[in-house]
Design a binder for this molecule. Structure first.
Ligand code: ATP
Ligand code: MG
Length: 573
């Protein structure tokens, strides 16, 4: 493609409404254009990247034995009513009505539709397992569409759904999908991690997520180099402290703390560390009462862990401050476990504290030098907090690190959640009807493009992992109007490279060299070749590798060979 035929509009300025770098760069480099909130047009260069990602996914899904289909994006409400999700899926579901007043929705996912297909197509255990997949548009009416294509409303997803007679067969396909995903993200050239995840909305049991590592990621991942433990922070168990609780040494004291509320303020006021302060959070119980949760001041409550406690309301709800004041006699910032009469659970680390400070259950008053057993009963301890960097790994192989990630893939074992309610059965070996067991496997195809940029960019622009580069080579012709020999040399190179199978973007625009170089850096194509007047005289071209910035000269007639070697060495890693 020649840039004189591809109207590329790039910007130097950072677009005002783009919060993160991938969104900014995709707009600046002309990869996408915003139509409306969470709706984007993929422009020529961006679409090439998206198609490359799709192609790698398709190849690996096919290799893993999955069958590509294409389901409608508009889905009838009846199917969603069969599973009950028409009423519980909520506002993410964009509902529409046709001229006959029939209800439909835009697909946010396709469990219902694929189960409808399976219950019609599959009759016998002999046909199982089957794994259907599609690469298709999804729509989710996200509360806060943001980060460009990473949290859009309309986006491209690869979704696969497998059907089985039994758990063993589901386990087999689930593992094959996990392997296929590992191959996909490896082939895309991305740094990623597979982590244990909870099922979230979709339900079911076993579930893992694939995250592209990037500082701006919305998710936090805890992982350990030594034992390859990796889990979403929400799910990673925090082990009890290794050392026993120190003996009580301080004498208890009552300290007026006027206006001092937050743990940071209390610690600063008392001139101690936050880890010497005990924080007491009040949540709603499941039978209308209140429940106290105690954590070390520097730790963060994990709601998923807390709502598993017997007697705690699910989902976890913090008690309203007015109610806390009315029933416990002190405001939220002055609460503590001493003399508290409601049920109390302490985090393991909170139970291991000695000589701690806490609220006195009286307005503007704290206690210091408090000790379990001596000043108040020994608490029941549980794992209630988020893990932190430096915590012991549950895998036993060292300490945890915390990294941020962008969720790009998710695999679930669904069990019979959908097949049961939709009566998707086959006949088994004994001629008996059996409900099929299901798995589902998603990849955020369009989100991958944003995540790749989050992970790979510099101050000048995008640095595509080579397999995602919109073209293989950016060929720049310097000052085309000035010299016919340069134009002729660039054109010859353009044709030779294409004949040799390279995808080439030729910058033959009548623009200043500085503009061309800046655009080339912004757009981020892996290999750059520059042909200029001086070089052509000497029979030379200038090469630059975008990822490393390495520059080299090569003879004009050797450019094809030179790039072949470059690609081969990149493929070897
Ligand atoms: P998230 O937690 O990010 O909202 P999810 O867990 O709801 O995602 P899944 O139902 O697991 O998403 O969908 C499969 C994949 O689709 C996700 O792993 C993600 O990569 C992608 N995806 C989900 N929502 C969006 C969105 N709004 N925009 C772009 N990609 C998305
Ligand atoms: Mg998910």
């Amino acid at each position: 493609m020649r840039l004189t035929q591809l109207p590329l509009t790039t910007f130097k300025e950072v677009p005002a409404d783009a919060e993160i770098v991938s969104h900014q760069l995709m707009l600046r480099a002309g990869l996408i254009r915003r139509l409306s909130s969470g709706l984007f047009t993929w422009m020529p260069l961006g679409l090439r990247v998206l198609r490359k990602v799709e192609q790698i996914i398709r190849e690996e899904m096919d290799r893993a034995g999955a069958l590509e289909i294409l389901m409608p994006v508009v889905q009838p409400a009846e199917l969603w009513k069969e599973t009950g999700r028409w009423d519980i899926y909520g506002d993410l579901l964009l509902r529409i009505r046709d001229r006959h007043e029939r209800d439909y929705c835009f697909a946010p996912t396709a469990e219902e539709v694929v189960t409808e297909i399976a219950r019609r197509e599959l009759r016998s255990y002999k046909q199982l397992p089957v794994n259907y997949y599609q690469i298709n548009t999804k729509f989710r009416d996200e509360i806060r569409p943001r980060f460009g294509v990473m949290r859009a409303r309309e986006f491209v997803m690869k979704d696969a759904y497998s059907f089985h007679l039994d758990q063993a067969s589901l386990d087999g396909t689930y593992e094959r999908m996990a392997e296929a995903y590992t191959r996909i993200f490896t082939r895309l050239g991305l740094r990623f991690r597979k982590v244990d995840a909870h099922g979230g909305e979709i339900g079911g049991s076993k579930s893992q997520e694939f995250h592209v590592l990037a500082d701006s990621g919305e998710d936090q991942i805890a992982w350990c180099e030594g034992d390859s433990f990796a889990a979403n922070v929400e799910l990673a168990p925090a082990l009890p402290p290794r050392l026993p609780r120190p003996a009580a040494s301080a004498t208890p004291d009552r300290v007026p703390t006027p206006g001092v509320r937050s743990i940071d303020d209390v610690a600063a006021f008392l001139k101690i560390g936050t880890r010497q302060c005990l924080k007491t959070l009040i949540v709603e119980g499941n039978e209308g009462g209140l429940v106290a949760l105690c954590l070390r001041g520097d730790h963060e409550l994990n709601p998923l862990k807390a709502e598993r406690l017997a007697g705690v309301a699910r989902p976890l709800r913090m008690a309203a401050p007015e109610r806390v004041l009315a029933e416990l006699g002190a405001p939220v910032g002055s609460l503590g476990p001493v003399g508290l009469t409601i049920p109390l659970f302490a985090d393991h680390s909170a139970g291991a504290m000695a000589d701690f400070a806490c609220g006195a259950n009286a307005p503007d008053t704290h206690l210091t030098g408090v000790n379990w057993q001596r000043d108040l009963p020994e608490p029941a301890t549980h794992d209630l907090r988020n893990v932190e960097a430096g915590d012991l790994s549950p895998g036993g192989g060292g300490t945890l690190s915390i990294a941020r990630g962008v969720e790009v893939g998710h695999i679930f074992q669904l069990g019979d959640k959908y097949s049961q309610s939709m009566h998707a059965t086959v006949l088994d070996q004994d001629g008996k009807e059996r409900v099929m067991t299901m798995g589902c496997y998603g990849i955020g195809v369009s989100r991958i493009v944003g995540a790749a940029i989050e992970q790979n960019h510099d101050a000048n622009g995008i640095i595509w992992p080579e397999p995602m580069s919109p073209y293989d080579v950016m060929l720049i012709e310097l000052n085309p109007k000035k010299s016919e020999s340069v134009t002729a040399a660039a054109l010859k190179l353009y044709n030779d490279l294409q004949a040799a199978g390279f995808e080439v973007l030729l910058d033959d625009r009548d623009a200043r060299p500085g503009v061309k170089f800046a655009d080339a850096d912004l757009v981020g194509i892996t290999h750059r070749i520059v042909v200029g007047e001086r070089g052509v005289k000497d029979g030379k071209a200038e090469y630059r590798h975008r990822p490393t910035g390495a520059e080299e000269q090569t003879a004009l007639e050797d450019v094809v060979e030179f790039l072949r070697n470059r690609q081969a060495s990149a493929a070897r890693g």
